[in-house]
Design a protein around this ligand. Sequence first.
Ligand code: ATP
Ligand code: MG
Ligand code: MG
Length: 387
Amino acid sequence: MDSRTVGILGGGQLGRMIVEAASRLNVKTIILDAPNSPAKQINALTQHVDGSFSNPSDIEEIASKCDVLTVEIEHVDVPTLKKLQKTHPKLEIYPSPEAIELIQDKFTQKEHLIKNEIDVAESVAIESPSVESLAQVGDKFGYPYMLKSRTLAYDGRGNFVVKSKDSIPQALETLNNRPLYAEKWAPFTKELAVMIVRSIDGKVFSYPVVETIHRENICHLCFAPARVPDSIQLKAKLLAENAIKSFPGCGIFGVEMFYLENGQLLINEIAPRPHNSGHYTIDACVTSQFEAHVRAILGLPLPRNFSSLSTSNTNAIMLNVLGDKEKNKELQTCERALQTPGASVYLYGKESRPQRKMGHINIIGSSMEHCERQLRYISGESDELPS
Ligand code: ATP
Ligand code: MG
Ligand code: MG
């Protein structure tokens, strides 16, 4: 379909699913990550690079072997990408290094969104973390508030809920030596997310608005479409599209939002890559988020409706499969899913560790009630195998 080779910084599960989608279009991919990472396991024929997406010389090596460079993670070395724009003018880098740079520091990301009149939770940079400075934040925002690492955060590792003045010393100890900012507590009733595709000519397309449920800061479930009124879905879609229009470059972006008790929507954060809340698209939509990303960064066609649900009554639930305390016990959930009509299992080829993202299960049905019944069986809440 395209003779160019796509290099991917990062070979985790998102890279693995990009590789799968690219393979179906005969698009070659090479990966930069540790040996035997999930994306390399299913793509053994090309010359991958063993190393790290934060190491400049490893990034330069993969850049010399590909035509288009993309990422499955935002924590990459941006100065090297900017240097490559000058030294390798033929190399295309999507998402653009400028967008990754704005996004990878969550406080800079907030400032950028505010500048573009996008609603976000109120926040403040913590220049010199101390009991006094964090108590001042408590006076300003009230308690609880959220203390966050500006960089290298994922799955809530980098967040600390400051419940009261007394918890400030523990917050300082937990996030010791990290660049910090504080965020006002968002009293949300639901968390929503939207995957947005930006094409090479700057058009934005949105996937359906979904609802995510987190457990201990890790995405647990995703309901598509979100169980909120149509008017809120429309508002969320427009907010997400406007946010993504403010970034340069193309590719897929995940937009996380808070739906507040007072009806307001705030953006929590943006990911410049495929996102956990978009995994349902593999089975529920005409084109998956991974294929859409490949098509966007290669400038391949993205026709009308590619991002819509397969049929007007398609409903989906995605369940993340996290590593159990007892090694590999999570596979029991996958076995139950294999017995369930309408469910598909995706495993990432990782060694089982507690709370690690090991895979996900997509459940598709003609109504949300139907999907919820399948979910109850899969999660072991009910032993009645649904039809
Ligand atoms: P990931 O990148 O894996 O989505 P992360 O480590 O970047 O996670 P956030 O998205 O900032 O972390 O926060 C994780 C979760 O913590 C959110 O999905 C939400 O449930 C909760 N949370 C974050 N910020 C706030 C806030 N200001 N008020 C209330 N809850 C919050
Ligand atoms: Mg994040
Ligand atoms: Mg998040």
